[in-house]
Design a protein around this ligand. Sequence first.
Ligand SMILES: [Zn+2]
Length: 410
Amino acid sequence: MDVLHLAASLARHSDSADHYTRLYLTSAHRAAAKELQSWMVESGLRVRVDSVGNVIGRYDGATRDAKTLLLGSHFDSVRNGGKYDGVLGILVPMACVAELHRRGERLPCAIEVAAFADEEGARFATGFLSSRAMIGDFDRTWLDRRDADGVSMREAMRDAELDPEAAGSDPLNRKALAGYLELHIEQGPVLLDAGLALGVVTTISGGNRHSVVVIGEAGHAGTVPMQRRHDALTAASEMVLAIERRCGVTVEGSRLVGTVGILKVVDGSSNVIPGRIEFSLDIRAGDDATRIAAEDDIFAELEAIAKRRGVRVEMKRHSESTVIRCADRMQDLVAASIAAVGLEPLRLPSGAGHDAMMFARICDVGMMFVRCGAGGVSHNPAETVTAEDVDLARRAVLEFMRRFGTVVPA
Ligand SMILES: [Zn+2]
């Protein structure tokens, strides 16, 4: 089972003909889910699809009452993303199970491999929809959210032959869950710079997503004098620069970052002074206090800019996550598994959010990173990994499964 070959095959299922985009429940997404199901079956996993479209494969343990080690990641993507983000964390554990199956080897714990249908939330502006459904925290208001074409999540679910009324009604059996491990491409340059293929994740940064609306006054571009204008776009521009400035303040070890990734001139036209701007704001940091202080400062600054320019600003928080620490025993086990394949286990934090953050609410979680090539870029079509690194990851994850089985609590 060649993981890179499977990743290339899965990448054919894209919403766009010229780049890789796979949003929740589109036809490309459904085709990818089907393909993952058939690969899981070939690998010796017993497959079920849950109420929100997660594909979950199970490989029983040596005994009937064996607890479960869950491994998983997501198969949706951002727009124009990279084809290993998420997907590696499904394919590598699947390849490990294929090897156990081929050898007829059963472990003291059962293994479940989950392919999460929606983590990025790029279609309906959700966050961690899949993992939240699996821990019993599905937000039913999401069903009324609409995508850019006006299709509601409820309608998208029906199109995908899922029952929206049942969404989130079948969470995992927590009592049987002994731990969660996620393998993910690093999405940064730390391992690349250190010359190491694999790493042990220590913490996952907390972050917030906000939507900001700036309301000015639309007017004729030819007749309203400059001094009389309440241009929402020039106000928003000043706000974006203020965000960059505040998040650029370095506090040792805090890794504070702020990004405006979407900015829209609503009903924009070349001969109209912009009356309404909508933009997104994503703020993250390695500790919650640094992030909250930055947010407070930014909101105050946005209000001040709006006041000075005679426009209004409205801010709404979409999602919030606090800093998560990977359990010590999981970190140590990831480190031992990396050492077992002959590598030095470097410990590093994750600046990006992952499904592991949700599972941390119900069990011990661990994460292993794989080196990201091409300067460490991700959420970008240039994202890449090498076959050698993926093979090391496969061996280390298999090592983890075997070792976890021997320490799993009774
Ligand atoms: Zn990801």
